[in-house]
Ligand binder design. Structure first.
Ligand SMILES: O=C([O-])CC(=O)C(=O)O
Ligand SMILES: [Mg+2]
Length: 563
């Protein structure tokens, strides 16, 4: 690990209040000199420890918990006590602990938020307090907030409305900004907008800690979101604002309203699209083709699915197809069947993705809804993507049918968490006799089949947003443009072991995630400059900026600030 700036940091906290500051606390790692200077004598036991020693003890404590949710609670406690140690531990056991602090276990933590609640973290901005948002933002003691993840908790992963429990996902995502993308935890802020909940279980739960009221909607909701965004702009004009897990109904309108007003993106629409596109470019290369050669069927035509589809179409155009050619290769199926232009109630963001019924062959001409199976039987897709949040819908029949027309089908059941996955990788590998190229949204163990080991790529936004954050911070980008997202996909695809060397995983190993984030940050920054969203600087300066922005979990030396 390289090192952060090593100069002693003057701080104004000492004694018990210093130990209570999770960003500054070092526990028994405070040196003799610091103990003296910062009035810690007697508050700590004799032995001065290194972070390695502390991490050994902490890992042993972690390992004593048998359930995943208890492990999650333990790690969150550590995060609230000593953030440097938390990130040190996480970084040392990333593959093991990422699923605990993030997808899938974070889903359960959101569902059970009020039950497992320990200590305050982040900001809760509730609708009844709408007149005081400026004041609430002023209560944040962090001097510089550079990345915010905000949710209104209405569509947490595939788990629906979790009310204020949604802040769990904001916390989890920001932990990844730090451990994967080197964004200092001192610069991050999780926020939940409490606009009520329609989850009956929460409304009837005496322990629920949020505003017990049905969700506000329509103009009241819009006005509230607007007050929030304007207050953020005023308080932290250069912040990167990540919208997370808003409902399908609100995600696109909110993004469209604010994407030119503040540096922001929607992780579920754009982050998912970016990582999926990167994975698909890599998968196409792995089977010796380009993306333009693929025929793609989606199950799930929500904001996330349509966001991915549009990004794929943009890329196919860059690879030389016309818009019409690209659109003719992408098919969206949702619970009403294949999306066609004669259907009533097509949503705005779906309209351009509906196939022209008149342009399809006889199989699509009856008035009945066209099922996923029927679509696969007739379209002969080479790529199948699941973003339906409905488990098990990629059935054996569908997968075998797909494989009968395509030697190396690319199959991506992306729904999260694990309980929502459209098919399990082991089945996909079995049903296709080992031929499928598989990527999932949640983490899965490698599959052993016929004496071979198949690593399962986790096509999750976590490959992308930390790198985007690092890049945006490095060049202080004013916007997140489509060009920047496209650059992030390409950077990821270029690092695919399977595409490069025809062996190994489709996506880079998690142990290389810092390298991946740096590479993405570099290309994203370049694209920001090319889009006019950031000042131009030389490659060397850019690399220096990325490196100097990268925070490592190491203790700094403190001295008491002179009054
Ligand atoms: O958090 C994840 O694992 C991916 C994501 O954004 C979602 O499913 O909403
Ligand atoms: Mg999400």
């Amino acid at each position: 690990m390289k090192s952060n700036n090593t100069r002693p940091v003057p701080i104004s906290y000492f004694g018990t209040s210093l130990l209570a500051m999770s960003l500054l606390n070092k526990g028994n790692a405070f040196s003799e000199e610091e103990r003296h200077d910062l009035k810690l004598y007697g508050l700590l036991s004799h032995t001065v420890e290194t972070i390695e020693e502390q991490a050994k003890r902490t890992y042993a404590q972690y390992a004593q918990h048998s359930s995943d949710i208890d492990k999650h609670i333990f790690l969150r406690d550590l995060q609230d006590t000593n953030e440097t140690l938390f990130y040190y531990l996480l970084r040392s056991h990333l593959t093991e602990m990422l699923p605990i602090i993030y997808t899938p276990v974070v889903g359960e933590a959101c569902e059970r938020f009020s039950e497992i609640y320990r200590a305050a973290r982040g900001l809760f901005i509730s609708y009844p307090d709408r007149g005081r948002i400026d004041e609430m933002l002023a209560d944040v003691t962090k001097k510089k907030v550079k990345v915010i993840v905000v949710t209104d908790g209405e569509r947490i992963l595939g788990l629906g409305d979790q009310g204020i429990g949604g802040i769990g996902i904001s916390i989890g995502k920001l932990s990844l900004y730090t451990v994967c993308g080197g964004v200092s935890p001192a610069y991050t802020l999780p926020i939940v907008l409490d606009v009520g909940t329609n989850n009956e279980r929460l409304l009837n739960d005496p322990l629920y800690m949020g505003w017990k009221h049905p969700r506000i909607t329509g103009p009241e909701y819009e006005q509230f979101i607007d007050s929030f965004v304007q207050a953020v702009k005023l308080r932290w004009p250069d912040v990167l604002l990540q919208f997370e897990d808003f409902s399908q109904r609100n995600a696109s309108p909110v993004l469209n309203r604010y994407r030119d007003q503040i540096c922001c993106f929607n992780d579920d629409i754009q982050g998912t699209a970016t990582v999926t596109l990167g994975t698909l470019i890599a998968a196409s290369r792995a089977v010796g083709e380009q993306l333009r050669d693929q025929k793609i069927v989606f199950l799930g035509a929500g904001a996330a699915g349509c966001g991915i589809a549009e990004q794929i179409i943009e890329r196919m155009k860059l690879e030389g197809l016309t818009e019409a050619e690209a659109r003719s290769r992408v098919f969206m199926v949702d619970r009403f069947g294949l999306l066609t232009d004669n259907m009533p109630n097509i949503l705005d963001f779906q309209a351009n993705l509906a196939q022209k019924k008149s342009g399809l062959a006889a199989w699509a001409q009856s008035d009945e809804e066209i099922s996923l199976l029927k679509t696969v039987q007739n379209v002969h897709p080479t790529v199948l993507i699941g973003v339906s949040a409905q488990p098990g819908l990629f059935t054996e029949e569908i997968v075998r049918t797909m494989h009968s027309h395509c030697a190396r089908p690319i199959i991506m059941p992306l729904s999260n968490p694990t309980s929502r996955v459209e098919a399990h990788p082991i089945d996909l590998i079995n049903w296709t006799n080992g031929a499928a190229v598989v990527a999932t949204g949640s983490p899965f163990m490698p599959v052993h089949f016929n004496g071979k080991v198949y690593p399962i790529a986790q096509c999750n936004n976590s490959y992308i947003f930390p790198g985007i954050g690092l890049g945006v911070l490095a060049v202080r980008a004013r916007k997140v443009t489509d060009l920047m997202l496209m650059a992030a996909s390409e950077a990821l695809a270029d690092l695919s072991p399977l595409a490069q060397a025809h062996t190994g995983g489709l996506l880079p190993d998690l142990k290389d995630i810092e390298k991946v984030s740096r590479a993405i940050a570099f290309k994203v920054s370049r694209a920001a400059q090319a889009s006019g969203a950031a000042e131009k600087i030389s490659d060397q300066d850019l690399m220096d900026r990325i490196e100097s922005n990268f925070w490592y979990p190491q203790y700094r030396t403190y001295t008491l600030k002179e009054k």
